[in-house]
Design a binder for this molecule. Sequence first.
Ligand SMILES: NC(=O)c1ccc[n+]([C@@H]2O[C@H](COP(=O)([O-])OP(=O)(O)OC[C@H]3O[C@@H](n4cnc5c(N)ncnc54)[C@H](OP(=O)(O)O)[C@@H]3O)[C@@H](O)[C@H]2O)c1
Length: 325
Amino acid sequence: MKVLITGAAGFVGSHLAKSLLRDGHAVRGFVRPTKDTSDLEQLGVEIARGDLADSISVERALQGCDQVYHLAALTSRQKPSRKEAMTVNCEGTGHVVRAALKAGISRMVYSSTAGVYGVISNAPVDEASPVNPDSPYQEAKVAGEALVLAAHREHQLPVVIARFPGVLGRGSMSWVPLFRAIGTGKFRIIGSGHNHTHTGHILDVVDGLRRCGETPDIEGQCYLLAGKSATRIDEFVKLFAKELGVSISSMRLPDFPYRVFHGMSCMLYRLFGVTLPRANDYELFISDKVLSLEKAKRELGYEPKIPIEQGIRETLQWYREEGLI
Ligand SMILES: NC(=O)c1ccc[n+]([C@@H]2O[C@H](COP(=O)([O-])OP(=O)(O)OC[C@H]3O[C@@H](n4cnc5c(N)ncnc54)[C@H](OP(=O)(O)O)[C@@H]3O)[C@@H](O)[C@H]2O)c1
């Protein structure tokens, strides 16, 4: 099989490329024109340069491919504006959809996010739970999902949607701010710490993505992919602190002001399309993120294996090697 990965030079894309190559697939990576691709080329990835905004470059990249994993996006870490997120993540997805239909691919996997639920208060959530995006990134991912599903209904695009949460593992840049904050030794948990977060290890997420790409007769479906179970926030923070070798104060900050601040940000976002600075960062402490993996287990045979402790350890080890911590 010849497989195109958009965003192949990114964190998830590069791990996915390794997994596909290991199993004997030919991999083409869609990457931006100025990106250093020496690592990918060394692995044996064929490079197709372009930009999601340039539909011709997307079409060229998909020519001759059997499958596409569409991962390229502006991510929550980059905090894109509504316009940027819609242009790259939604219109860009439209270009991939049209090129995939033209190339007659047999499967497209669309990488969405478990962030589509916004702040979760009715845990656990599953694929049928209502979405409630409260940032440009989340909203554009929801719009991208709607777009690929419309193409499935109207043009039989063989697409599968994968929603996953924050990913741990070597190469993940998402956790630098939290490690740094906890590393100061002055970190305080906001609220009781009894709410949950649910993360995924990169190898489990890649395994789930591959199952979305390879399981027959699941076109038009959406799957949540994540680690074995959710973790209570006080435990989660303790695990980070343990790896860093610092202690965590038992003093808590009241969550009420943060909930009000976040609520105001959501209101402003709905009215004017702007969020208050850092409001989305507080979601970790006010959301009860527990994701049901029942559908993925039942229909894909998905069985995440890697303990969260290992993910945190590997992530920190990589930050230390890279001089980020
Ligand atoms: N990592 C997570 O925790 C997480 C969680 C949930 C969902 N996801 C989703 O998983 C996917 C991959 O995420 P990631 O963590 O691997 O992010 P990443 O490391 O930032 O990779 C994203 C890639 O997309 C590329 N890209 C951005 N804009 C582009 C454009 N206009 N044209 C072509 N390529 C473009 C980036 O290129 P440059 O390198 O040139 O900027 C980058 O290589 C994304 O769709 C993300 O929303 C990730």
